[in-house]
Design a protein around this ligand. Structure first.
Ligand code: DAH
Length: 345
C-alpha cells in the first residue's frame, strides 16, 4: 500500500514535469488532486486499514498530496513566466518605426467667433435660442413688421419654398418666435446664432448663405444707451479693447429708431486706413429699439416695456478680425485656409 502511494507520487511528479503548458498542467492537477483524482483514491484505501495503521498511512498520503501540490505550483509559476516571456517576445513593438499621422481638425473661424460672442453674452446672463432655417413667412416677415409689398420680400432676395415657407433671410425670424413665445412676459435677454439665406450672387463680399447672430433684450426702461454699452462691450471682445461705437440713423421695419452701428477701425485705431476707407470707422451691424408695434402684436405692453435688438453678420466681423478678404473662403473648405486657425483653438 505504501508503494502505491509512492507510485502515485512519482507518476504525478513525472506528469507535472512533462506538462508543456498551463492547460495540460491543469489537467494533471485535476487527475491527481481533483475530487475524483488519484490522491483521493488513496484516501479511500483507509477504509481497509486497522485503526493503528490509519495515522501513518494518512500522514503518508498527506505528504504525497503536499509534494504534488508544491510541484504543481512550482511548475505553474515556471509555465506562467514562460508564457509571459513568449508574449513579450511576440508583442514587441519597434518604437523606431514612424507612426501614422492623424489629421486633427481645427475649429472653423466662424465657429470661433460664434463661440466667443456666445461666451460673452452667456457671461452677461443671456440665453441662446436656436430655430429653424426653413421658416414661415409669418415669422420672417409678417411679425417683423415687413408688409407684403416691402422690397425685402422681393423674389430676388428670398428663397421661397412655397408662398408661405422660405429659407429665413435673417435671424430676426427667431427674434419674432421668441417674442411670441414669451407672451408678453419680461425680461427677455437672448441671442440667436444661425445660418440665413439670400438670393445673392456670390462674390468676395456676398454669399447666398451666411451666418448672423441676433440679440434681443426686452424689459422695463431699456434704452438705446443699454444697446450702445452692450455693443461697445461686444466690439471690445471681438476686436480688442478700447473700441468705440457710433450710431448712424437707419431704417429697419422692426425697430424704431433704427441704427447702423460702426466700430472704430481696429486696424488703424480710428486714424484712417485702407480697410476703413480712411474714415476711421467700420460698419458692423444693424440694430435699434424694438418697434412698439412688434411688441404690441406679441402681447407686450409697449407703454411699460421697451427693448433693443441687433443683428450682426458673423462673416463680416470674422473677415475684419482676421483680415480675410473673400467671404467664399469660409465655404470652399480649403485646408490651407482652415489650418490657419488652429492656433486660436
Ligand atoms: N435683420 C437685419 C438684417 O438682416 C439685421 C437687424 C437689424 C437685426 C436691426 C435686428 C435689428 O435685430 O434690430 O439685415
Amino acid at each position: 500500500m505504501q508503494n502505491q502511494v509512492e507510485n502515485v507520487r512519482l507518476e504525478a511528479l513525472k506528469a507535472i514535469e512533462a506538462a508543456s503548458d498551463l492547460e495540460s498542467l491543469q489537467q494533471v492537477r485535476i487527475q491527481y488532486l481533483g475530487k475524483k483524482g488519484s490522491v483521493q483514491g488513496l484516501m479511500s484505501l483507509m477504509r481497509d486499514l486497522s485503526k493503528e495503521e490509519k495515522p501513518a498511512f494518512g500522514a503518508q498520503v498527506n505528504a504525497c498530496k503536499e509534494a504534488i501540490s508544491a510541484a504543481v505550483e512550482q511548475k505553474q509559476a515556471e509555465l506562467a513566466k514562460k508564457a509571459m516571456n513568449a508574449r513579450l517576445e511576440n508583442e514587441k513593438i519597434d518604437i523606431t518605426l514612424s507612426g501614422d499621422r492623424f489629421q486633427i481638425g481645427t475649429q472653423h473661424p466662424l465657429m470661433l467667433i460664434q463661440r466667443e460672442i456666445e461666451d460673452l453674452f452667456l457671461g452677461m446672463g443671456y440665453t441662446i435660442a436656436e430655430g429653424p432655417e426653413v421658416e414661415l413667412d409669418h415669422y420672417n416677415f409678417e411679425l417683423a413688421n415687413i408688409p407684403k409689398d416691402h422690397p425685402a420680400r422681393d423674389m430676388q432676395d428670398t428663397f421661397y419654398i412655397d408662398p408661405n415657407t422660405l429659407l429665413r433671410t435673417h435671424t430676426t425670424a427667431m427674434q419674432m418666435r421668441e417674442l411670441e413665445k414669451a407672451k408678453g412676459r419680461v425680461p427677455i435677454k437672448l441671442i440667436c446664432p444661425g445660418k440665413v439665406y439670400r438670393r445673392d450672387d456670390d462674390d468676395a463680399t456676398h454669399s447666398h448663405q451666411f451666418m448672423q447672430m441676433e440679440g434681443l433684450v426686452v424689459g422695463e426702461k431699456i434704452t438705446l444707451a443699454d444697446l450702445k454699452g452692450t455693443l461697445t462691450y461686444m466690439a471690445d471682445t471681438i476686436f480688442g479693447g478700447g473700441r468705440q461705437v457710433r450710431f448712424r440713423p437707419s431704417y429697419f421695419p422692426f425697430t424704431e429708431p433704427s441704427v447702423e452701428v460702426d466700430v472704430s477701425c481696429p486696424f488703424c485705431n480710428g486714424k484712417g486706413c485702407s480697410v476703413c476707407k480712411h474714415s476711421g470707422w467700420i460698419e458692423i451691424l444693424g440694430a435699434g429699439m424694438v418697434h412698439p408695434h412688434v411688441l404690441e402684436i406679441n402681447g407686450f405692453d409697449a407703454e411699460k416695456y421697451s427693448g433693443f435688438a441687433f443683428g450682426v453678420g458673423l462673416e463680416r466681423v470674422t473677415m475684419l478680425k482676421y483680415g480675410i478678404d473673400d467671404i467664399r473662403n469660409f465655404y470652399t473648405n480649403d485646408l490651407r485656409f482652415l489650418k490657419m486657425f488652429d492656433r486660436y483653438d
